[in-house]
Design a binder for this molecule. Structure first.
Ligand SMILES: *Cc1c(COP(=O)(O)O)cnc(C)c1O
Length: 369
């Protein structure tokens, strides 16, 4: 256990390997041919993860994940388009807020935070409203850890001839998504989640035919993915100053991703982390918020202990002193906290985290769990 640099049990920024951090020790020129190659190879690898090299482009964008989500909606949804936003948590709500800010017409389908979105309900709503052009979905709703049925929803959306935009921020690279089997227009993710890079860039894997017709849709200069892609296709360079160190770190993280065994290995490691966490916490008496069937192996929400001696802030500080950073809950109705399973961590780390949590609850004399 390392008390100097605590392990982040958070869904991004997350714990990265020393090798990934080491890759940031070089200053790259944004013009340099070698840096352009780094970007090109990065994009190729990202498309490879979804088997999308022939059908999709990879458009990287400076900023946190939300920048890329906003850019995707602003670029792909025409100004007279309409989005059906599927909501069962905070990130789904953020999609609706983006549509609102961008002035794109939208309607919502909102379900409880412990219930997956139903593809049948999406079917009904698309049947009922012909104005809808796009559907926006959160794959793994990171505010709880809930996994939505992406493939079922994608097929319903395609049957209606509508276009799907997927926020796969916290699932990409760890949960399988195959562009040859799951139809979608755009999938958005970022450097600092399951790929175990550092935060600072997002990317949109966008259907080539959809990007080709998206010129002039965006109300923004910097967030126009059509322009970002055209410029990069022409020059090999980013349109504005690239996050060079972030790109280099992600490139290095992707080499390690491949060495580990790619998606199946990354998925299995997170599944193991999640199982050790769930079993260990159950032994302490801590209950998870979601039913097992819709729990993604990415982040787990736990009910806070009922004991009045429990206070998140002190619990957090004491667990941190033992080497682990927890994550606060993001639910309004029930008191919870979250523990991430992703990052450069394994089962041994998760066992140590559970032990630190158990020890802390004892210290705080929290008995009524
Ligand atoms: C992390 C995340 C985002 C992006 O959040 P940022 O803070 O902008 O990086 C978006 N959607 C989901 C589902 C996420 O987990």
């Amino acid at each position: 256990m390392n008390t100097v640099e605590p392990i982040l049990l958070t869904p991004g920024p997350l714990t990265t390997s020393r090798r990934t951090r080491q890759a940031m020790m070089v200053d790259w020129g944004s013009w340099d041919e070698r840096f352009n190659q780094l970007t090109a190879s990065l994009c190729e690898q990202l498309l490879g993860i979804i088997n999308g090299a022939t059908s999709h482009h990879c458009v990287p964008l400076q900023g946190s994940g939300t920048f890329a989500v906003e850019a995707a909606i602003g670029t792909l949804v025409p100004r007279d388009g309409k989005v059906l936003v599927l909501i069962n948590g905070a990130y789904g709500k953020r999609l609706a807020k983006i549509c609102n800010v961008l002035g794109r017409s939208f309607s919502t389908l909102e379900t409880a935070e412990n219930e997956a979105i139903s593809a049948a309900e999406v079917d009904h709503l698309l049947q009922a409203d012909a104005h809808i052009t796009h559907v926006a979905l959160i794959h793994c709703e990171t505010s709880t850890g809930l996994l939505n049925p992406l493939a079922d929803i994608a097929h319903v959306v395609a049957q209606h001839g509508k276009r799907l935009i997927i926020d796969a921020m916290s699932s990409f690279g760890a949960l399988p998504i195959d562009a040859r089997q799951v139809p979608f227009d755009a999938l958005i993710a970022a450097s600092g989640k399951c790929l175990e890079g550092v935060p600072g860039m997002g990317f949109v894997l966008v259907r080539k035919a959809s990007l080709a017709t998206a010129a002039g849709n965006s109300n923004s200069l910097a967030m126009d993915l059509f322009d970002q892609h055209s410029y990069m296709a022409k020059t090999g360079q980013w349109r504005f100053t690239p996050p060079t160190h972030v790109v280099a770190a992600l490139h290095e993280a992707l080499l390690q991703y491949d060495e580990e065994g790619g998606l199946p290995a990354r998925h299995q490691r997170y599944v193991n982390n999640c199982r050790v966490l769930l079993d260990g916490m159950a032994n302490i008496g801590l209950r998870s918020f979601l039913p097992a069937a819709i729990q993604a192996p990415i982040i787990v929400t736990f009910h806070a202990p009922k004991d009045p001696r429990y206070r998140f802030k002190e619990f957090y500080e004491r667990v941190k002193a033992k080497g682990f950073i927890l994550y606060p809950g993001k639910l309004t109705q029930v008191e919870t906290f979250r523990v991430g399973c992703i990052g450069h961590l394994n089962q041994t780390d998760m066992q140590a985290a559970v032990a630190a949590i158990a020890h802390t609850l004892k210290e705080l004399e929290v008995h009524d769990i």
